[in-house]
Design a protein around this ligand. Structure first.
Ligand SMILES: Nc1nc2c(ncn2[C@@H]2O[C@H](COP(=O)(O)OP(=O)(O)OP(=O)(O)O)[C@@H](O)[C@H]2O)c(=O)[nH]1
Ligand SMILES: [Mg+2]
Length: 367
């Protein structure tokens, strides 16, 4: 079996190179963003494999039982070695081979494009199967069908804009996810800019000076601020701020070994009407880690997900897959460190453009 990587500025380009060199029988094994050390060769890497046709076997003289056993054992060992090699090579795209080998190169290309966003392999398969059915015979409307199937699965949280939406929003999440920075951004975008009476509250008593960062932002922005260290004080502060349109609550970054300490605050926030908790996660995290963190923070019963670090990844598929799998909408997106500029409400269009190949997005916008 011959395995080779092809690099180009786009997945489509890399696929074209592979086809040109290896022919139409090549199987797509994986497509992804090229690793940093190979980025000079091209932004995207597509790995293809060519399985040689079986050689015709010449007639053999009859062999005795011992020789036959030895031959079978040898063949078995060779098969194991091949399987091991394939297992190591095929990492994420379990569906690729079947797709690549099918009669529709368009479907193979869409598969490669979606996998390049780091979207969950099964979700890609589900989306493409539905798109194939939607596009109908000849696949003439495949591009629109893929867009429609993606769009159908994008969940966004606009509830807090509604007049009866939550008045208090707590941001919870792992250490360093960007909670405090996002809280300051939200205070400007959804508080100051819209002239809403608001207050900032920090429950970050984990580290010495944990609340100081938000205290400084509040002072710069001229917004009322309280640093609290117990649930009684939080209940009292929320009662005092009942007339405010917006109360933003910062929480400590709880690591995997801190969840016992999070339990009381989680119970308090999740059982309080009119208060929503958003789970803040960095979009660049690996899929398995993102899933573990989301499961860990389920004690807060977060109503939506907020992804930061979009400036640091071109692959939004992992974050999107989590939202789909957990049936949780996305509320906001963090796109950098600047307050308040690097934040945007999550909309279907914005998320679609993060999952959609740039060239096609530009074409759709121009149309
Ligand atoms: N590149 C990038 N950096 C970000 C983003 N959001 C926050 N940061 C940076 O990430 C770092 C941590 O941000 P914080 O807001 O302190 O994170 P936190 O979740 O409050 O951290 P803890 O309170 O320690 O748990 C800071 O240097 C921020 O400037 C983002 O969207 N993109
Ligand atoms: Mg913080």
């Amino acid at each position: 079996m011959r395995i080779k990587s092809f690099y180009a500025a786009s997945v489509e380009g890399a696929v074209a190179l592979a086809r040109r060199e290896m022919g139409a029988e090549a199987m797509l094994v994986e497509s992804r963003k090229a690793p940093l050390e190979a980025r000079h060769l091209g932004e995207y890497e597509v790995v293809c494999a060519l399985v040689p046709e079986a050689e015709p076997v010449p007639p053999q003289p009859p062999e005795d039982a011992g020789a036959q056993d030895a031959r079978l054992a040898g063949e078995l060992a060779e098969m194991r070695r091949q399987l091991d090699l394939m297992g190591k090579t095929i990492t994420r795209s379990a569906w690729s081979g079947a797709r690549w080998g099918c009669s529709s190169p368009e479907m193979s290309e869409w598969h490669a494009r979606l996998m390049a966003t780091d979207m969950d392999g099964e979700l890609v398969h589900e989306i493409l199967s539905a798109a194939e059915r939607r596009a109908g015979p000849g696949l003439s409307g495949l591009e629109d069908a893929v867009a429609a199937e993606l769009e159908r699965r994008i969940l966004v949280d606009g509830a807090w804009e509604a007049p009866n939406g939550p008045r208090a929003v707590a941001l919870a999440g792992p250490p360093g996810a960007g909670k405090t920075t996002m809280l300051a951004k939200l205070a400007v975008i959804r508080g100051l800019a819209q002239r809403r009476p608001m207050a900032l509250v920090s429950m970050d008593d984990f580290r010495v000076g944990g609340a100081d960062q938000l205290r400084s932002y509040a002072a710069i922005l001229g917004i009322g601020f309280q640093a609290l260290d117990n649930l009684g004080a939080l209940a009292q502060a929320l009662a005092e701020h009942q007339g405010k349109r917006l109360v933003l609550i910062d929480t400590p970054g709880y690591g995997p070994h801190d969840m016992d300490r999070a339990a009381d605050l989680a119970r308090f926030l999740s059982g309080r009407p009119g208060t929503a908790t958003w789970l803040v996660l960095t979009a660049c995290m690996k899929s398995a880690d993102l899933t573990h963190v989301a499961e860990r923070f389920e004690i807060f019963r977060p109503s939506s997900l907020l992804f930061t670090g979009l400036d640091e990844t071109a692959c939004f598929g992992t974050a999107f897959s989590l939202s789909v799998r957990q049936a949780k909408p996305i509320s906001f997106l963090g796109t950098g460190q600047e307050i308040p500029d690097d934040a945007a409400p999550a909309t279907k269009e914005r998320i679609l453009s993060l999952l959609w190949p740039e060239t096609l997005a530009a074409r759709r916008l121009a149309a």
